[in-house]
Design a binder for this molecule. Sequence first.
Ligand code: AMP
Ligand code: MN
Ligand code: MN
Ligand code: MN
Length: 281
Amino acid sequence: MFPQNIDLHCHSNVSDGMLLPADLVARAAGQGVTVLALTDHDDVAGLVEARSAAIELGLQLVNGVEVSVSWGTHTLHIVGLNIDPEHPDLVAGLASIRAGRSERAVRMADQLTKAGITGSLAGAYAHAGNPNLIGRLHFARYLVAQGLVKDVRTVFKKYLVKGKPGYVSHQWADLADAISWIRASGGQAVLAHPGRYQMGSGKMHELLEAFKAAGGEGIEVVTGSHTPEQYPHFANLAQKFGLLSSRGSDFHAPGEGYRDIGRLPPLPEMCTPIWHNWKYE
Ligand code: AMP
Ligand code: MN
Ligand code: MN
Ligand code: MN
């Protein structure tokens, strides 16, 4: 029997979520989640704490990560599920992405200073639970805390995105490399929230082909980043490309974002779930 409430994408304060890994797991358990993947951006440091909490609370924890990738001019996110967080290829790959994030943060802060917003580097780090993992959401929370912008969603409209102050271009991991680290560690690679990428259908087809050719196995169909109208669209693409389907809230913090942890509709019936042949303890 497959578990009913499965959430395979969320963030703790090891990346840009706000809850400690143990508190995140407790929240998931409280919402009735039976299988949870913690998928912090570019870091696996929360998995040990999450696992102890999961054992205590009786839910299944899937070791996960969300890897930042550059594909041409696009930034993509690849979720790795059932990874081995200690695999040397994965460990080294993620460390190099985190180093890039630190360097990018300095450039972002310089751009914000030029736009008249001071103190953002220290400010962003003050909002980061993990000094090795700095991202745009930490900057966004600093801008909100300073009273400069009303909420993080508005920050991402006015700042930190292409063409706006605080945006800097950045080279993330190569798509094939990211997938190979995930696979080398025994994991499955899932294209996160494909509906968020600003590309036409020709480019999306090209992406799915490249993803599949590099060893990618699944795409997120039901995610907090998709509208309900996008579920059948990506379910069809999954079928067309022979990809498995995944489901995850992309929860970051209470009251921030679109979906709470574990609060998602089921996958469309036509989908083969990424977990269809997983073994549960
Ligand atoms: P980064 O990986 O540091 O470039 O930051 C990307 C993260 O910023 C995403 O994982 C989200 O957590 C957050 N983010 C991106 N766009 C938005 C948005 N429009 N509203 C809220 N958060 C966003
Ligand atoms: Mn995030
Ligand atoms: Mn993402
Ligand atoms: Mn995410």
